[in-house]
Design a protein around this ligand. Structure first.
Ligand SMILES: Nc1ncnc2c1ncn2[C@@H]1O[C@H](COP(=O)(O)OP(=O)(O)OP(=O)(O)O)[C@@H](O)[C@H]1O
Ligand SMILES: [Mg+2]
Length: 441
C-alpha cells in the first residue's frame, strides 16, 4: 500500500483547496483548470505557536553599565543582554582598541570572549598590555570558525566580540571568508546565539571610504545596533555614533581622544568643538543636539572671489546641498553677492552636523566672511532657516540655551518662537544679523 506521504494530491492554484482527486472546476472558488498535481501528504498542521499576551509581566532585563560611561550612553543607557552590535569603521581608526577596552570593562561582571581573526594572540596580548586592560574574565582566541567558537562556549558569558566579522567563517557554507554570503551566514548564527542565550555579541566590521555598501553595512538590518567609529586618521579625535539602535536613541555620540594608552573619553565635547577665542571673520557659533546631548560648535567659512571658473562650494561636516542652499539664501536676502565667490565651510573638530539648528550659524558665518567683519564675541546662532529667509524654531531650545550659557555665551540669536529666557528672538535672517551686530539687547 502506498504510504500516505507518497500519495498524489491536487491543489487549486487560486485558493489553495486540496483534494486527492483531480478537479476541472475548483469546488471551493469555482475557478476552472487550476488544479496542480503535487506529491506527498497533505502536510499535518505545524505545531502551534504560542502567543504572549501584551499584558504579560515578563521581567524587564537590566541593562549592563560599565566604567565606560560614554560607550554605555551610545548603546542606550548600557548594554541590553542578548543584543547584537555591529561596530563599523575605517581601517586603523581604533575599532580593536575601543572594543578591547569595552570588553575588559564588561569583564568586571563576568566572562567576555574576544575572538580575533585579524591578529595573533601574541599581538592581541601586546595590545592588552599596552592598554592595561588585563582581566581574568577576559578570554582571548584567534579561531575563525564560528561553529567551533559558538559550540566551545558552554556557560553563558556576558559578551563575545568578533574582530572582525570579515574574518570569521562557517565551514558549512561554501563561500570565501569575507564574502557577503559568508558574513550573512555567520551573522544569522550569531543573532540566533545571542537571542537564545542572552549573551551580547559585538561584531567589528571594516568599511572602506568607497565600499560602504558592499561591506558589512549589508548586515545593518540583521543586527540590533550599528555603531560607527569615525575621525580623521591623522588627528587623535574619534567620534562613536549610533546609526541604528533598537534599544536606544540614534544620533547619540561619544567623543574620544586616541592616545597610546587607549581611547580617552571626552565627556564635555563642547570644549573641543567650539573655539570661543576664534573671532576672526567667517566664524559663527551654534549649539546642536546630538542624541540626548547638546554640543556647542564652531562653523567656519571662507569666501574668495573667483572670476576665472565656475565657483567652488565645498563643505566639511555639513551636507554640501545645505551649503549650496544657504549660500543662495545669503545672496538673496542679505545683500551679499556670492555668485562669483568660492565658498568653503568647515565644522571645527571633525563633527558631522545634520541638525538644522546650525543653519543660522552657517548664514552668519557666510555673511561675516563675505563682509570681512566679525560678530561681537560670545554670540551664538541657533535656528533653522527657510527658503523664505525666515528663522524657524528648533527642538530642545531649553537644553541648547543652557549649554550656550554654560559655555559663557552672552547673546543667543534664535527664532522669536518658542520664547526662551536669555534669547534674542528674530523673525528673519536679516533681523538676526542686525541684532547680532548690535550686541546683546
Ligand atoms: N604602540 C602604539 N602606540 C600608540 N598608538 C598606537 C600603537 N599601536 C597602534 N597605535 C594606534 O592605534 C591605531 C590602530 O588602532 P586599532 O588597531 O584599534 O584600529 P583598528 O580600527 O582596529 O584597525 P584595523 O582596521 O587595522 O583593524 C593605529 O592607527 C595607531 O594610531
Ligand atoms: Mg582591528
Amino acid at each position: 500500500m502506498k504510504q500516505e506521504k507518497d500519495k498524489k494530491f491536487y491543489v487549486c492554484s487560486e485558493c489553495g483547496y486540496k483534494s486527492t482527486k483531480w478537479f476541472g472546476k475548483c469546488p471551493q472558488c469555482g475557478e476552472w483548470n487550476t488544479a496542480i498535481e503535487t506529491e506527498g501528504a497533505l502536510k499535518s498542521a505545524p505545531s502551534a505557536v504560542e502567543f504572549e499576551p501584551s499584558t504579560s509581566k515578563i521581567l524587564s532585563v537590566e541593562r549592563l553599565k560599565t566604567t565606560m560611561g560614554e560607550m554605555d550612553r551610545v548603546l542606550g543607557s548600557g548594554l541590553t543582554p542578548g543584543s547584537v552590535v555591529l561596530v563599523a569603521g575605517g581601517p586603523g581608526i581604533g575599532k580593536s582598541t575601543l572594543m578591547l577596552e569595552y570588553a575588559s570593562a564588561l569583564a568586571n561582571d563576568g566572562n567576555v570572549y574576544y575572538i580575533s581573526g585579524e591578529e595573533s594572540i601574541t599581538q592581541v596580548l601586546s595590545r592588552v598590555k599596552r592598554l592595561g586592560v588585563e582581566k581574568e574574565n577576559l578570554l582571548l582566541s584567534s579561531t575563525v570558525d564560528i561553529d567551533r567558537v559558538l559550540s566551545s562556549i558552554k556557560s553563558y558569558p556576558i559578551a563575545l566580540v568578533f574582530d572582525s566579522i570579515q574574518t570569521v567563517h562557517s565551514s558549512g557554507m561554501n563561500a570565501l571568508t569575507g564574502s557577503v554570503s559568508q558574513m550573512r551566514e555567520c551573522t544569522v548564527k550569531i543573532v540566533e546565539y545571542a537571542k537564545t542565550t542572552g549573551t551580547s555579541v559585538f561584531m567589528i566590521g571594516h568599511i572602506t571610504k568607497v565600499g560602504n555598501i558592499a561591506g558589512p553595512m549589508v548586515l545593518e538590518h540583521m543586527v540590533d545596533t550599528v555603531l560607527y567609529l569615525e575621525g580623521e586618521p591623522r588627528s587623535g579625535r574619534r567620534i562613536l555614533r549610533a546609526m541604528k539602535n533598537r534599544f536606544g536613541p540614534t544620533e547619540e555620540i561619544a567623543v574620544y581622544e586616541m592616545k597610546k594608552m587607549g581611547m580617552i573619553e571626552i565627556p564635555d565635547p563642547s570644549r573641543i568643538f567650539a573655539d570661543m577665542e576664534s573671532e576672526e571673520p567667517g566664524n559663527a557659533i551654534s549649539v546642536v543636539v546630538e542624541g540626548s546631548r547638546s554640543l556647542m560648535i564652531n562653523v567656519q567659512t571662507l569666501t574668495t572671489v573667483n572670476r576665472r571658473s565656475s565657483p567652488i562650494r565645498i563643505a566639511r561636516g555639513l551636507e554640501n546641498s545645505r551649503l549650496l542652499m544657504l549660500t543662495a539664501l545669503v545672496s538673496n536676502y542679505l545683500d551679499v553677492h556670492l555668485d562669483n565667490h568660492d565658498v568653503y565651510l568647515n565644522v571645527l573638530g571633525g563633527l558631522k552636523v545634520s541638525d538644522p539648528g546650525a543653519d543660522l550659524a552657517v548664514v552668519a558665518a557666510l555673511y561675516s566672511s563675505a563682509k570681512n567683519m566679525r560678530f561681537p564675541s560670545k554670540t551664538a546662532f541657533i535656528g533653522e532657516v527657510g527658503l523664505d529667509g525666515k528663522v524657524r524654531p528648533v527642538q530642545q531650545m531649553k537644553m541648547r540655551v543652557a549649554e550656550a550659557k554654560r559655555m559663557g555665551i552672552k547673546n543667543v540669536i534664535s527664532s522669536h518662537y518658542p520664547k526662551e529666557k536669555d534669547v534674542t528672538g528674530v523673525r528673519t535672517v536679516r533681523e538676526a544679523i542686525k541684532r547680532a551686530l548690535s550686541g546683546d539687547e
